[in-house]
Write a protein that binds this ligand. Structure first.
Ligand code: GTP
Length: 597
C-alpha cells in the first residue's frame, strides 16, 4: 500500500468513556464487518474482559475507508489496554502508530486514565484528535469539557469532534479527521526489515500470534525472521491482517500493521517492544526503549483442597502460555501445603488471573496477602529481593529495607477531597501537588506501593462514592522502617498471614488483624490465642473462647431434619476451611483479615 494512503491510530480514553463502542462504530460505518456479524464490543475478545468491561489484550483492526476526497485509505486501529496495570503495553502500542483519538465522555470530563493515556500519546509524538463522546446524553456539556481538555491536558480542543457512538452522530466526521489530520507513516521499502513486536497472544489453533508494525522493509510469508532481543530465529508460516477476523495477505510493507505466525510455542518467547528483522541482511539497530514488563505484585495461590494441586499447576501453565507478564514458581507453606508464588503487573492483573483460575478451571483458591518486592540490605553488604514476607531473614542480619514508591494521580470532585487526602495520609502518603480543574481537584501523591496493593482502590471508591479516578506510575525504591509482622493462631505462626508493615503502624495493624481473625475463625472445643508478633515480641493478642456445647444441642430434641440440615451446612462450610495444627481457619479469613477499615 502507498504510504500516503495509510493512517495508523489508537484510541485513548478513560474506562467507560466509550472507546470500544466508538471502535465498533468506525468498523460498522466502513462496512468492514457486515451488519449481521456485528457483535457489541467486537474488539474485546475474551469473555472475562467483556464482563469486567475492560480491555486487556491489545487488539487491532484494518479498515478500508473511501474518504470524501474520493481516495481509499487503509486505517489501522490499535486497541490499547485501558488500565494502569498495563501501562507498559499502552506505551509500546502507542509507538506503533502516528496518531490518537482522545475520547472523553462529554457528560463526565477528563479522568485520571484520560491523563495517563494521553501522556503516553504525547510522549509517542502523536497527532491527537479530541473526540467528545456521548453528546446524546442530557448531561453532556461539550463546551465545558473542551475547555477542560485545554486547561488540564494543554492541547487545542477547538476542533474537537462531537460524537455519539451510540447514535452514530459524528462518526463520518471522525473518519474524515483521521484521514485529514493524522499524519501518514514514514518508512522505506528498500531498507532491511525492521518491525516492532506490538503484542502477542496464544491461539489454540495457530499457536502464538504476533502483532507487528512494519517500520522499514517488507515481510513475506516464508521469510526467516530474527527477534533482536531474544535472538530467536523462526520461519514465518502466515502473515495477514485483522478485519477484525484474520485475513491472509501476501506481504506487509512499511507503515502497515498485521500479524504473523511462526510456530512460536509460548508468548514468553515474544517480547513486546522487541524488534523483528530478517535472519540474513537484517537491520543494524534495534528500536530503542525496549524493556520487558516486570511483575511488581506477588502473592501465593494455594488450592483449598490439596488434591487440586495438579489441576492448579496445569491451569497456571495454560494461563502463562498467553500472558508473558504473569510469573509463577512453586511454593510450599507449612500451613497451606503446595501452591505457587505468582507475580503480577498490578492488583487488577492479579484479580483477573485469580478469577480465571477459579471460574474457568474451577479451582477454589486461597490467596495470600499481596506483597511488593522489598530490597533487603543485609549487614554483610549484600541485597536480596524479598517477594514473600515468609522469606524475610532474621532482623539481626538486616541492615535496612527499601520499598517501592509510586506517584499516584487522583481526580476527585471537590466535596470528597478531604476524604481522599485523609486516605492518602493514612497510607503514608506525601502530597506532591494539588490543583483544580473546574469543580474537580487533581491530587498527586507519593505513596508506598505496599499501601496501595491491597484495598486502596476499594477504599478510594467507597469514600468518593465511585467518583474518584486513579492512576499511578512506579517511581523508585526508598528506605523506611519496615518490619515483618507474623500472626500466630494457637501459638503456631500462619505464614500466609505474614505481612510487611511500617513500624509505627505495626501495633494498630496487628490489633486490627487479631480482632478480625477472632470474628472470622469459628469457635473450637478449646480456647485459641490469636497473636500478632514482630520477631519474638507479641504486639497484640485476642483469645477466642472455647465452644461450650455441641452446636446440634441447640436444636430441640426430636427435629431430625433440622439437625441434618445443620450438619450439612457445617460440612459445606468445611470445604472452605483449612486446618492449621488443631485449628480450622476459613478460606475467606485470609483476605478479610488483611482489609483495613
Ligand atoms: P472500557 O473497555 O471499559 O475501557 O470502556 P470503553 O471506554 O471501551 O467504553 P464502552 O465502549 O464499553 O462504553 C461504556 C458505556 O458507555 C457502555 O455502556 C456504552 O454503551 C456507553 N456508551 C458509549 N458511547 C456512548 C454514547 O455515545 N452515548 C451513550 N449514551 N452511551 C454511550
Amino acid at each position: 500500500t502507498d504510504l500516503s494512503k495509510i493512517r495508523n491510530f489508537s484510541i485513548v480514553a478513560h474506562i467507560d468513556h466509550g472507546k470500544s463502542t466508538l471502535a465498533d462504530r468506525l468498523i460498522q460505518e466502513t462496512g468492514t464487518v457486515k451488519e449481521r456479524d456485528m457483535q457489541a464490543q467486537l474488539l474485546d475478545t475474551m469473555d472475562i474482559e467483556r464482563e469486567r468491561g475492560i480491555t486487556i489484550k491489545a487488539n487491532t483492526v484494518r479498515i478500508d475507508y473511501t474518504a470524501d476526497d474520493g481516495e481509499t485509505y487503509v486505517l489501522n486501529l490499535i486497541d490499547t489496554p485501558g488500565h494502569v496495570d498495563f501501562a507498559y503495553e499502552v506505551s509500546r502500542s502507542m509507538r506503533a502508530v502516528e496518531g490518537s483519538l482522545l475520547v472523553v465522555d462529554s457528560s463526565q470530563g477528563v479522568e485520571a486514565q484520560t491523563l495517563a493515556n494521553v501522556y503516553h500519546a504525547i510522549e509517542a509524538d502523536h497527532e491527537i484528535v479530541p473526540v467528545l463522546n456521548k453528546i446524546d446524553l442530557p448531561a453532556s456539556e461539550p463546551d465545558r469539557v473542551a475547555e477542560q481538555i485545554e486547561d488540564v491536558i494543554g492541547i487545542d480542543a477547538t476542533g474537537a469532534i462531537l460524537v455519539s457512538a451510540k447514535t452514530g452522530e459524528g462518526i463520518h466526521e471522525t473518519l474524515e479527521a483521521i484521514v485529514n489530520e493524522l499524519p501518514a507513516p514514514k518508512g522505506e521499502r528498500d531498507a532491511p526489515l525492521k518491525a516492532m513486536l506490538v503484542d502477542s497472544w496464544y491461539d489454540a489453533y495457530l499457536g502464538v500470534i504476533v502483532l507487528v508494525r512494519i517500520i522499514d522493509g517488507v515481510l513475506k510469508k516464508g521469510d526467516r525472521i530474527r527477534m533482536m532481543h531474544t535472538n530467536a530465529v523462526y520461519p514465518v508460516d502466515r502473515i495477514g491482517v485483522f478485519r477484525p477476523q484474520m485475513e491472509p495477505i501476501d506481504e506487509l510493507g512499511p507503515g502497515e500493521i498485521g500479524f504473523l505466525t511462526a510456530s512460536i510455542k509460548q508468548v514468553r518467547d515474544t517480547r513486546v517492544g522487541d524488534t523483528i528483522t530478517h535472519e540474513k541482511k537484517g537491520c543494524a539497530e534495534a528500536l530503542d526503549g525496549f524493556k520487558p514488563a516486570q511483575p511488581v505484585v506477588f502473592c501465593g495461590l494455594f488450592p483449598v483442597d490439596n488434591a487440586e494441586f495438579e489441576d492448579l499447576r496445569e491451569a497456571i501453565s495454560k494461563l502463562s502460555l498467553n500472558d508473558a507478564s504473569f510469573s509463577s514458581e512453586m511454593e510450599t507453606s507449612a500451613a497451606l501445603g503446595f501452591g505457587f508464588r505468582c507475580g503480577f503487573l498490578g492488583l487488577l492483573h492479579l484479580e483477573v488471573i485469580r478469577d480465571r483460575l477459579e471460574r474457568e478451571y474451577n479451582i477454589d483458591l486461597i490467596t495470600t496477602a499481596p506483597s511488593v518486592i522489598y530490597h533487603v540490605y543485609l549487614r554483610d553488604g549484600s541485597m536480596m529481593e524479598l517477594h514473600n514476607p515468609a522469606d524475610m531473614p532474621d532482623m539481626s542480619l538486616v541492615d535496612h529495607l527499601e520499598e517501592p514508591r509510586i506517584k499516584a494521580t487522583i481526580l476527585v470532585p471537590d466535596e470528597y477531597l478531604g476524604d481522599v487526602l485523609k486516605l492518602c495520609q493514612d497510607r503514608r502518603g506525601i502530597q506532591i501537588d494539588l490543583t483544580y480543574a473546574g469543580s474537580r481537584a487533581m491530587v498527586v501523591y507519593d505513596l508506598p506501593l505496599n499501601e496501595v496493593v491491597f484495598d486502596f482502590y476499594d477504599r478510594l471508591k467507597s469514600v468518593t462514592k465511585g467518583y474518584a479516578s486513579f492512576d499511578y506510575t512506579i517511581e523508585d525504591y526508598r528506605e523506611d522502617r519496615l518490619v515483618k509482622m507474623s500472626i500466630l493462631v494457637n501459638e503456631e505462626p500462619v505464614d500466609a498471614l505474614s505481612t510487611m508493615v511500617h513500624q509505627d503502624r505495626a501495633e494498630a495493624r496487628g490489633r486490627a488483624m487479631v480482632e478480625k481473625l477472632k470474628d472470622l475463625i469459628p469457635r473450637h472445643m478449646f480456647k485459641i490465642p490469636i497473636q500478632a508478633a514482630i520477631g519474638g515480641r507479641v504486639i497484640a493478642r485476642e483469645t477466642l473462647s472455647a465452644m461450650r456445647k455441641d452446636v446440634t444441642a441447640k436444636c430441640y430434641g426430636g427435629d431430625a431434619t433440622r439437625k441434618k440440615k445443620l450438619l450439612e451446612k457445617q460440612k459445606k462450610g468445611k470445604k472452605k476451611m483449612r486446618q492449621f495444627g488443631k485449628v480450622e481457619i476459613p478460606q475467606s479469613a485470609f483476605i478479610s483479615a488483611l482489609k483495613m477499615d
